[in-house]
Design a protein around this ligand. Structure first.
Ligand SMILES: [Zn+2]
Length: 66
């Protein structure tokens, strides 16, 4: 039987990948000052999933951009 896949993606360098097996519980767009400054846009979009419905693989590390 094949696994349900709602979304997949990876980080900019490709070291970390994720797979979501269900639709998000909630999706929001935040317009606060922190999100606007961090993204350099008018808002940031977030999606929230149940922990057991998201699989993350790869070694994470820090990334800073100024
Ligand atoms: Zn925010």
């Amino acid at each position: 039987m094949s696994e349900n896949i709602f979304a997949t993606g990876r980080c900019l360098c490709g070291q970390v990948e994720y797979t979501c097996s269900a639709k998000p519980l909630r999706m929001i767009q935040c317009h606060c000052n922190d999100c606007r400054k961090t993204s350099g846009t008018g808002h940031v979009s977030f999606a929230f999933f149940k922990e057991n419905e998201v699989k993350i693989t790869g070694e994470t590390s820090n990334y800073e951009s100024m």
